[in-house]
Design a protein around this ligand. Structure first.
Ligand code: GDD
Ligand code: MN
Length: 394
């Protein structure tokens, strides 16, 4: 039976073989069922945690057909090599290695889409999530009691003790409160990175995910709307033993960006919103620097404003390079070229801004309208041109 299937697959004896024998693999074993559960593990610099995690999954998932899909973004510590070393002798372990990319959410999305299991779990690769809760989550989905099982640190019986510092606790609580205001379903831990869902549900939601930042669960919940039945499974968030957390201020900003994107219902591209926010920061920098140059340093107004504008452009470039275009961040020689080009582009943007505003003002449009129109033209120009010239999509 297997041999016949193999022969059909190769087109042997069916008269459809147009390729030569050398083009085809020597033999294909086709009847290997997909596992029931795929555990997708995003990882960046988690080398020492990989082998212990595989052992823990093995113990926790005895009796379940499972696989672990590690999605690594070319970690410098050799995480991918570590996964591959285990995968050589363990079919259940797979590695997706992404080059020139970063991002937890997009790593999770690609890992989940690469699996062919009936259920997909997402779990951190640093041993902070309690793998012994996986069978309980799977049971909820198998029985149909839930469409989505979420590991919660805040449901009764759960604990967020492993969140290192006091400020991480506060940041997490604030994030949860903000996220809840947006959510269609009540949930005690919408920022959890530990959850499980049926693969078809993931497939249905995937095209609507933003893929930005850390909060993949939040993104899924927003895309799912009211219809999904979510059940929380309490777990204790363990402290991190090896390596360090990648959650920083920039990640928090991206989190805010995902929510803002939902507010605008995706009409304006997320990047443009980020670019505009950075522009708003630039105005503050410009005013502050103008004050310093004219009041403290005693420069004349024109000189002061000129230098303040330059300072604002340089700060904006830095912020855009780190936040708006984090995924295609310029480095080394390209960084200097980009910086110079950005100043040039924004210089033209400023000329357009002042020109349009002046024209409208002379036509009695009122200074607020004239100013706002000028600023809008300026930011659209800066965005459009710098997106194509400075941070050219590679
Ligand atoms: N592939 C890939 N690419 N993986 C990444 C990246 C990335 O850019 N950034 C982080 N990871 C991996 C880490 O290696 C780890 O396995 C997992 O994603 C979580 O990252 P941590 O840096 O350990 O996050 P955390 O412990 O601070 O945050 C956890 O708690 C948050 C709530 O407070 C995570 O579970 C978050 O998802 C959760 O929102
Ligand atoms: Mn962690």
């Amino acid at each position: 039976m297997v041999e016949r299937a193999t022969a059909e697959l190769l087109g042997v004896g069916s008269g459809q073989a147009h390729t030569s024998a050398a083009d085809r693999p020597a033999a294909i074993e086709v009847r290997q069922a997909a596992p029931e559960l795929s555990v997708v593990v995003p990882c960046y610099n988690e080398r020492p945690n990989i082998a212990p995690l595989v052992l823990r999954l093995e113990a926790a998932l005895a009796g379940v057909g499972w696989e672990a899909v590690f999605v690594d973004d070319a970690s410098p510590d050799g995480t991918a090599a570590e996964v591959l070393a285990i995968a050589v002798s363990d079919q259940r372990v797979r590695c997706i290695r992404r080059i020139g990319r970063r991002g937890l959410s997009s790593a999770v999305i690609e890992g989940a889409l690469a699996s062919s299991a009936a259920f997909v779990a997402v779990m951190d690769g640093d041993l902070q999530h309690d793998e012994t809760r996986l069978p309980a989550m799977l049971a909820l989905l198998r029985s149909g009691a839930a469409d989505l099982a979420v590991g919660s640190r805040h449901a009764a019986g759960g604990d967020a003790a492993g969140l290192g510092s006091a400020w991480r606790h506060r940041l997490s609580e604030l994030g949860i409160r903000v996220a809840r205001a947006f959510l269609p379903v009540p949930l005690s831990d919408p920022l959890s990175g530990f959850f499980m869902l049926p693969r078809p549900l993931f497939d249905r939601l995937a095209p609507r995910l933003t893929g930005t930042g850390f909060k993949i669960l939040l993104d899924l919940l927003l895309a799912a709307g009211k219809g999904v039945r979510v059940v929380e499974v309490p777990f204790v968030f363990r402290p991190r033993l090896a390596g360090e957390s990648k959650l920083d201020l920039l990640v928090s900003i991206q989190f805010a960006a995902v929510l803002i994107d939902r507010l605008f219902r995706g009409i304006l591209p997320l990047r443009f919103l980020a670019f505009a926010c950075v522009g708003a920061v630039g105005i503050l920098v410009n005013l502050a620097a103008l004050g310093v140059f004219t009041k403290l340093a005693g420069l004349g107004f024109e000189w002061g404003q000129g230098l303040a504008t330059l300072a604002a452009m340089l700060v904006n470039f830095e912020l855009n390079n780190r936040i708006t275009y984090r995924d295609q961040r310029l480095k080394g020689r390209k960084l200097w070229q980009g910086r110079a080009l950005f100043v040039l582009v924004c210089g033209f943007g400023a000329i357009a801004n002042v020109g349009i505003a002046g024209m409208l003002y002379r036509r009695h449009a009122g200074w607020t309208l004239a100013g706002a129109a000028g600023a809008a033209i300026g930011v659209v120009w800066n965005y459009a041109v710098s997106a194509t010239l400075v941070w050219r999509a590679r």
